[in-house]
Design a binder for this molecule. Structure first.
Ligand code: DX5
Ligand code: ZN
Length: 227
């Protein structure tokens, strides 16, 4: 199913990396009831990024619950050789894979490999990577979304880098309107509207949702800032 059919005008995607893994199913459940339709799932390999995070085994255990509620899992691959993970991610119930520009020598081949598994594909780029280069590569490879990192990828709970605004604007200006710009890192009620005004429509939020006592309230608060 194409992105256009999953996403509403804007989507706030809770990043499960920041969840309490002892209560993962229950936390997903309350967020589904609050109206979440896309969960963000961060795979880190200990090479491309320092930490080893979560992978197909965890994905397998939550994807049915998420799909049963007509929601989707958007997988952010902070890994070298992302294509190696496509088959296990697809088998575990992942709906999309966002790969890093910096990790792909042959992006068109990586995108083709994802399509074989019927995965939607995104292209992410790090703060030090040129937004123009990433946007042109995204266009040439016909990806479904572009992820502009507003932190150095690796950990939840870092501070939003204000220079991201300019990179979001550049990215937005170079892409066709049907390719959404996603932003990941340090998003909270204090900056989500400005991130939207810069051109993003998909917002990843880890600690600003899971770091709060009342998860649905934290999710709704972010939506309210966008209203
Ligand atoms: C870290 C991940 C993010 C992370 C965001 O590199 O890509 O998705 O979970 O967490 P916050 O919203 O806390 O910055
Ligand atoms: Zn992420």
């Amino acid at each position: 199913m194409p992105w256009k059919d999953w996403i509403r005008t804007v989507e706030v995607e809770p990043s499960l990396y920041a969840a309490d893994f002892a209560h993962l199913g229950a936390q997903i459940d309350v967020l589904l009831r609050a109206g979440v339709r896309i969960f963000h799932f961060d795979v880190g390999d200990g090479h491309f990024v320092e930490p080893i995070t979560i992978g197909p085994i965890v994905l397998q255990s939550i994807s049915k619950q998420i799909h049963d509620a007509d929601a989707h899992v958007d997988c952010h691959l902070m890994t070298e050789h992302p294509e190696k993970h496509f088959a296990p991610i697809a088998a575990a119930g992942g709906d999309s894979v966002t790969v890093h520009y910096e990790a792909c020598d042959d992006l068109p081949a990586v995108v083709r490999a994802a399509r074989v598994h019927e995965l939607q594909v995104g292209l992410a780029f790090k703060p030090e990577t040129s937004a123009a280069y990433a946007a042109h590569a995204a266009l040439a490879s016909r990806v479904d979304l572009v992820l502009c990192m507003s932190i150095e990828p690796g950990y939840s709970g870092q501070e939003f880098m204000p220079e991201a605004y300019e990179r979001i604007r550049t990215t937005r200006s170079l892409l066709p309107p049907d390719v959404p710009v996603q932003v990941d890192g340090g998003i909270g009620p204090e900056n989500i509207r400005a991130v939207r005004d810069a051109g993003a429509t998909l917002f990843v939020a880890g600690s600003s949702i899971f770091g709060r006592e009342d998860l649905p309230r934290a999710y709704r608060r972010l939506l309210q800032e966008l209203a």
